[in-house]
Design a binder for this molecule. Sequence first.
Ligand code: ZN
Length: 341
Amino acid sequence: MERLSEKKYDSGISFYIPLALIAAFLIGCLSVSLIEVRENMRSVSSYGVVSDSELTKYEKAVRKSQIYDQDGLRFRMVSASDLGLDTKSVTQSQPADENNASSASEATTENENPGGGLRLPMEHYVNFVPEKKDHLAYLTFDDGPSENTEAILDILDYYNVKATFFVIYHKDMEEQYKAIVNAGHTIALHSYSHEYKSVYAGEAAFFDEMNRISDFIYEQTGIRTKLMRFPGGSSNTISKKYCKGIMTVLKKSVTERGYVYQDWNVDSCDAVKSNTPPEKLLSNVRNSIGDKKTVVVLMHDSGKKTATTVQSLPEIIELFYEKGYSMDKMDMNTEQIHHSW
Ligand code: ZN
């Protein structure tokens, strides 16, 4: 063992200078291309197409990378081989002549690293490692799935975030229910029809709606869940119109029947009006986070009317990372956020 590690160390030293030069040469074009990848991600996110092989490579490399601090700056160490860079072929094609060497050595001072990876400034990246682990954000998407779901799943996957989908029945969306579960997110109940008139006609009608969506989810995904969200939330007043006092009855009876229900404490307000500009959705979220330790964000993947939700999602995720939140999916044991009004 000792010998092996010595050998490794020696070869690391002898290759240190060429490696540093290679790193310096690559750093310019690489950092630009990575920024481009991220910009592409933003621009394609609204179409739900994130299949670029370079993006996948980048994503994998970033996930395996490590963050460290130096001279008051935060860096991310990305392995060259994880990025698919063949350092041998780069060496051959870029002989270290006088000119190259001098321009490279300048850059080397800033960018070299002895680990054989590439050290890149954090500002080019999302901070995938949350600092305040006791601050948790739950991203939730209601009323789907829809044609937006695929794009949302791509973005969540890109940022390595798990979320919760409170679904209703949609015709011809079978694949999307499966995709949610296959991607490792939580699928949960939000009624079958979402028609207030039907959902809140009475206690029996409500549980009929819940049973129907539960059976449908089970048929599509094999998941049987009792995690739910009331259409309109537990504080909705619209149900009164169809059955006075129904929410008081339902809140008690769902709990007695073993359901767990979740409201939200941060509303993106993406369903208030059709296609609210993404900047507005972001500021709605930003302005209501406050000092909450547990955040449950309400968003919708309900189709054309909430297409801007997809556009704002990368920024919303980055906002939580910047604020030091972890993001996770819900389960039956998640702290319950209930409206008290
Ligand atoms: Zn809803």
